[in-house]
Design a protein around this ligand. Structure first.
Ligand code: FES
Length: 176
């Protein structure tokens, strides 16, 4: 086990192993970033880790940042253990996705002033259990409103259904 470089327990030995696996290969940087992000249970890439990757791969930090900020699946902030993604596209909006978003924010005790980061909604509960995000469209508009919870798509979502799923995760760690 290597020493850690952040309090979130990134092991340098594990980061090194990922770098060695992909360095110099086509698409190597993307693979490195993706696997390193998954080394941490909060699924994010802290600044120190990006600087470390830059040093070890000799890829300029500015290039690494441009990749991380371009792709939606990279996170610069800690994610909750569970993710709830609410679709805010037109079809879902007309079927009350905004109300679903407000409902879940209230249910998880997230205050409005903590909730906005630029255009995108990105919220994590204080205990880092849940992260709520929004997406422009899941491409499943016929099933609106659509919500994704821990990678599973749920269609025709209602407040009651959402409450039930999230309560189950809070109790048992999973929705099913
Ligand atoms: S608008 Fe929500 S899935 Fe397309």
């Amino acid at each position: 086990m290597g020493k850690t470089i952040t309090k979130e327990e990134f092991s340098l030995a594990k980061v090194d192993a990922v770098i060695n696996k992909y360095v110099g290969k086509p698409g190597g940087l993307l693979s490195i970033l993706e696997e390193v992000q998954n080394l941490n249970k909060h699924k994010y890439l802290p600044e120190e880790v990006l600087a470390y990757i830059s040093k070890k791969t000799a890829i300029p930090l500015s290039r690494i940042y441009s990749v991380v900020t371009f792709y939606a699946f990279f996170n610069l902030k800690p994610q909750g253990e569970h993710s709830i993604i609410i679709c805010r596209g037109t079809a879902c909006h007309t079927r009350r996705s905004k109300e679903l978003l407000e409902f879940i924010k209230k249910m998880l005790g997230i205050k409005e002033e903590e909730s906005q980061e630029g255009e995108k909604v990105f919220l994590t509960t204080a205990d880092k259990k849940f992260t709520i995000k929004t997406v422009a469209c899941f491409g499943q508009c016929a099933l609106a409103p659509v919500v994704e919870i821990d990678g599973v798509i749920y269609s025709h979502m209602t407040e009651n259904k959402l409450k039930e799923l999230v309560s189950r995760i809070a109790r048992r760690g999973k929705a099913k």
